[in-house]
Design a protein around this ligand. Structure first.
Ligand SMILES: [Zn+2]
Length: 321
């Protein structure tokens, strides 16, 4: 296996040489600090895998039952699995950032400290929520606990550990939580759920006419706004007006069945997800709630629907990988 890995690296080195020559003719060159040849499965010269944008990408050998398959018409079984985790450097950066915030709040009230820590922890865990991060999250959570314990002990050098714990930590649903007297709680790393990115199936294409596959995928996409994703699932991927499948490039809108101006609320029973073009057609046809079954509608003002209620919501959804 190691021999095969070495051979592969030698081949890649040859490719590197040819690319370099080819680029030179165009007046370009590869940046040495950003170019590295590495094996992702077999350690070679003490190196394995690579870091990219704060992620560490590496493969591990696995048995038959855990291995995936290649795509295509004649799939073969892979003998490894790919794990993407937060990189060591990224863990260190996050740890330093949290330590700096805690240091800056040595004498500040507990609530102020929590207020500054929470958005940093939330943002960081969201960034890593689509890869293999649970272990990193629990390690970071423990590290935050140790740093906060030191922070509390520095504030009360003459008090017992028990006294300090009782003052700054409280039991919340069976878990010890760093919580201010005002009720503000520290956001824990492990509270961010891992939502694995689902790869597009081997032979699938957005042009294959399998609308349900693509819209169901859209409803599970980690980047889809949660409310829209839930509505896509509830409506089985179809527009509530025209009944056609949503496609990833469609502009979608959330519409109130009973307009806000007529007392409609934001509950999911009063909301439906529709194509923007279907919405435009509908507003051109009615656009008011007056006369809905009422004999005497003199008291219902004829107001057009609130324009702010409908807005494009699916801009963040991208198709494919
Ligand atoms: Zn439609």
């Amino acid at each position: 296996m190691r021999d095969r890995a070495t051979q592969a690296l030698v081949k890649l080195a040859a490719c590197h040489q040819r690319i370099t020559t080819w680029l030179r003719d165009l007046g370009l060159e590869l940046k040495p600090s950003k170019t590295r040849i590495t094996h992702t499965l077999t350690p070679t010269d003490g190196n394995v895998g690579f870091d990219f944008l704060g992620f560490h990408v590496r493969q591990f050998p696995v048995g038959k039952t855990h291995a995936g398959k290649t795509g295509g018409r004649h799939p073969t079984r892979l003998r490894f699995t790919t794990l993407i985790t937060p990189s060591k450097a990224a863990l260190q950066r996050h740890q330093d950032a949290l330590a700096r915030i805690i240091d800056r709040h040595t004498a500040a009230p507990q609530a102020a400290l929590i207020q500054h820590l929470n958005p940093v922890i939330r943002g960081w865990t969201n960034y890593y929520a689509t890869v293999t991060s649970s272990h990193a999250f629990s390690v970071m959570g423990h590290h935050v606990y140790l740093t906060l314990r030191a922070w509390a002990q520095r504030r009360h050098p003459h008090k017992s550990r028990g006294w300090i714990a009782e003052r700054y930590w409280h039991l919340s649903r069976g878990i010890w939580t760093f919580e201010a007297p005002e009720g503000l709680r520290l956001y824990q790393h492990s509270r961010t759920p891992i939502r694995r990115h689902v790869k597009v199936q081997g032979a699938k294409s957005p042009y294959d006419g399998d609308g349900s596959y693509w819209t169901i995928r859209m409803g599970r996409h980690p980047n889809a706004p949660p409310r829209v994703a839930a509505m896509v699932r509830r409506q089985k991927g179809r527009c509530a007006l025209c009944g056609l499948y949503f496609r990833s490039e469609d502009l979608l809108e959330v519409e109130h069945l009973l307009p806000r101006s007529c007392g409609g609320d934001h509950s999911h029973r009063n909301l439906q997800l529709i194509h923007r073009h279907c919405h435009d057609v509908k507003t051109a046809q009615d656009g008011s709630c007056a006369g809905q079954g009422a004999e005497d509608n003199s008291q219902i003002a004829e107001e057009p629907d609130d324009a702010k209620v409908s807005r494009p919501v699916l801009k963040t959804i991208r198709s494919g990988d």
